[in-house]
Write a protein that binds this ligand. Structure first.
Ligand code: FAD
Length: 305
């Protein structure tokens, strides 16, 4: 069993044992991770991952925790947050390179400032570039993978550049889920700064009007089935406002579950099961989770397979 001191003997970043994940997820639920680590820089991160692999400690990356639901039992192994280690964004030779820890809003702003179009639809999504690439985040018909060239990953202990085609992007998924994404390169098109800034303002305004941003949440819980919207199906099932414990299917947007304060992950899971079952009974459509379940037993994960 790896001890905190073993990690501290070489690790230059910040490490905590038994760290509550409520602090690092936008839904603000979930138990503690065995280890929570913020590497000092990229070298520190590579050394850390090699050490964890060598000692058979499971690890995962976290960005802003805005697309994950962590179980009440927490996470066995290590959770790595790259925000302080790798968060530069730069433009060279017409290519924007954004490191994994860059927040999406900063990335969008950088592109707009440089009159580059193609990622403005991501404005208002509260994640990092790393999380967005792995999730293939998108909105308003566009996805982050649209203008991606390639992705720098830590895979099997070595740093590699993966072509977009090899990353196997699909709707809110990628083939990068077992890697640590370090950075991504984008080739964007020429845009007009004022128009792009206006578009961004409008999109953020729309989000404020339609999403329950005043309460902790994880964004859309389910993917939209082809040709329809999960929110519409859940609303038609009469589930808006339905509560389990301190979790509620939002009155404002039925594909959001909000934490009314001290909700448990188990409450959220029960609402997810209810929504999925009721929509299936009503329409024959089985909703697929968009949010990532982290730290749950295989039994719980199987329910949503
Ligand atoms: C209010 C709200 C609105 C939202 N709106 C949208 C929307 O319009 N469109 C949309 O697509 N999503 C939306 N989301 C969901 C979420 O913000 C996005 O999926 C976002 O891209 C996740 O980024 P993150 O950094 O928070 O990732 P996290 O939630 O921290 O992680 C998500 C997954 O990515 C992995 N991951 C994170 N960083 C890395 C890395 N560096 N390397 C490897 N794996 C990594 C994690 O292990 C996890 O599996 C919304 C969420 C909220 C709360």
């Amino acid at each position: 069993m790896v001890r905190l001191e073993d990690i501290q003997s070489f690790f230059r970043g910040w490490v905590a044992a038994n760290e509550p994940m409520v602090r690092y997820t936008s839904m603000r639920v979930g138990g503690a991770a065995d280890f929570y680590l913020e590497p000092a820089d990229k070298d520190d991160m590579v050394a850390l991952v090699k050490f964890l692999d060598a000692n058979a400690v499971p690890w995962m990356m976290v960005g802003r925790g805005s697309n994950m639901l962590v179980s009440d039992e927490g996470i066995r192994g290590a959770v790595i947050n790259a925000e302080s280690a790798i968060s530069n964004v730069s433009l060279e030779g017409g290519i924007v390179t954004a490191e994994a820890g860059v927040r999406l809003n900063r990335f969008v702003d950088f592109c707009i400032q440089h009159e580059l179009a193609g990622v403005e639809m991501l404005a208002g999504i509260p994640g990092t570039v790393g999380g967005a690439v792995v999730m293939n985040a998108g909105a308003h018909g566009g996805e982050i993978s649209d203008h991606l060239v390639d992705i720098e990953v830590l895979r099997n202990g070595s740093i590699q550049w993966i072509d977009k085609a090899a990353a196997k992007f699909s709707y809110r998924r990628s083939g990068l889920e077992h890697d640590a994404v370090l950075s991504a390169r984008f080739k964007l098109t020429k845009g007009n700064k004022e128009k792009l800034a206006h578009q961004r303002r409008e999109l953020i305004l729309k989000r404020n009007q339609t999403q329950p941003l005043e309460l902790p949440n994880s964004g859309s819980m389910f993917k939209n089935p082809p040709n329809t919207f999960a929110a519409k199906l859940i609303e038609q099932a009469g589930l808006k406002g339905k509560r389990v414990g301190r979790a509620e299917i939002s009155e404002k947007h039925a594909n959001f579950i909000v934490n009314l304060g001290d909700a448990k992950a188990a409450d959220v899971v029960r609402l997810l099961e209810l929504a999925r079952r009721t929509v299936y009974q009503n329409t024959g459509l089985m909703l697929e989770l968009e949010v990532k379940l982290v730290g749950f037993s295989d039994d719980v994960k199987r329910k949503f397979a």
